[in-house]
Design a protein around this ligand. Structure first.
Ligand code: ZN
Ligand code: ZN
Length: 361
């Protein structure tokens, strides 16, 4: 019996009687990170990393949540469980399971690029590795993120020079904070959509340094946005919320922006190819670093990655899951924390759990 199997409710460890990132309600869920397709509602008991606590408390305010430090072992029905940094977003974890001398690791989502807003990916030795493959095609190779952030800065300055507001769409959890922590905040004021600001608060409460930001909803009517950078979730694109900015240029920060066709479909002025997932070379090096002989591949382009691994002598196969990858449901909404019945709150509530349809693959 494999230590982890895929069931209709999600990945399941029978020996320990718990699920990992289940998509249907279960009694005991180990959660890798706060994105909507991994941290779902309705479980009786949640276990997650301490670093993810502030994010998860906002996403799942009523949840019975237990947290442990990275590397701190916990015995669940005889299975030794520990969480290890995945480098994806704040608090993201790989789940290490040890049972009768056998070690499995479930990656959750991960990246190897540096990210000042979360702990770096830690390779964990194991016999069997369950890896994501959101960008599991050889065409996906990320540029140095410093170059991408320099591009954002230059674009922002160029927009300022022609009195045009700069709006960047970024997933509210993770991408938005990574962007904020990396742009040159001395260029001008930075404003946020309520969905982004709610997560900024969770990050700041967790000790992550972000530049000063102000919620758009708090600014007076007729405010001048021409020098500002505005960070909003992708779901804000094309909504009436945008009208207040007047003349604007918009950009989208996502790994999918590496593909010209996606850029066109998203109908934005600029694409910034910035991903919180591993690219092809990083997937291969992360898998190699585990030393695993057996690899299960979830999300995204599992088949090409499985084929490559098998050709290189590993026992690899695809594992069916319902994770969405770097698309809409990673961004399914958090409460804005905005009690005022403004457009932001309405927008966010109405889009609860439903990914934006524009540009889906
Ligand atoms: Zn994710
Ligand atoms: Zn995912």
């Amino acid at each position: 019996m494999p230590l982890v199997i895929s069931t209709p409710a999600g990945l399941y460890c029978e020996a320990g009687d718990f699920h990992i990132d289940p998509w249907r309600p279960v009694s005991r869920a180990v959660i890798t990170h706060g994105h909507g397709d991994h941290a779902s509602w309705g479980h009786e008991h949640y276990l997650a990393s301490r670093a993810s606590e502030q994010v998860l408390r906002r996403r799942l305010p009523e949840a019975a949540l237990q947290t442990i430090e990275y590397g701190e072992p916990l015995d669940i029905n005889g299975v030794r469980v520990s969480l290890h940094p995945a480098g994806h977003v704040l608090g993201s974890a790989q789940v290490r399971l040890e049972h009768r001398g056998e070690v499995w690791v479930v990656s959750g989502d991960y990246k190897l690029q540096p990210d000042p807003t979360c702990a770096p990916f830690e390779p964990v030795r194991c016999d069997t590795f369950i890896t994501e493959s959101t960008f599991g095609l050889p065409i996906y190779r990320w540029r140095d993120p410093r170059d991408v952030f320099a591009e954002v800065d230059a674009w922002w300055r160029a927009n300022q020079a022609v009195d045009r507001a700069s709006v960047v769409y970024a997933y509210a959890l993770g991408k938005a904070q990574r962007l904020l922590s990396s742009v040159d905040a001395s260029i001008g004021p930075i404003y946020t959509h309520g969905a982004v600001e709610a997560l900024n608060e969770a990050y700041r409460a967790s000790g992550v340094a972000l530049p000063p930001t102000q919620r758009v909803a708090e600014l007076p009517k007729g405010h001048d946005y021409s020098r500002a950078l505005i960070v909003a979730p992708p779901s804000a694109q094309g909504t009436p919320w945008m009208r207040r900015f007047g003349d604007l240029a918009d950009g989208f920060a996502s790994g999918w922006m590496q593909i010209r066709g996606v850029r066109r479909r998203k109908a934005v002025d600029r694409g910034f190819a910035l991903s919180d997932h591993a690219d092809w070379p990083s997937l291969l090096s992360a898998i190699a670093a585990t030393g695993a002989q057996h690899v299960y591949v979830t999300h995204g382009y599992s088949d090409p990655l499985v084929r490559w691994l098998c050709e290189h002598g590993l026992d690899a196969q695809a594992l069916k899951t319902e994770y969405a990858g770097e698309e809409g449901s990673e961004d399914s909404s958090f409460p804005t924390g905005d009690s005022r019945n403004d457009r932001e709150s309405i927008l966010d509530e109405s889009q609860n759990g439903s990914p934006p349809s524009r540009g889906r693959r």
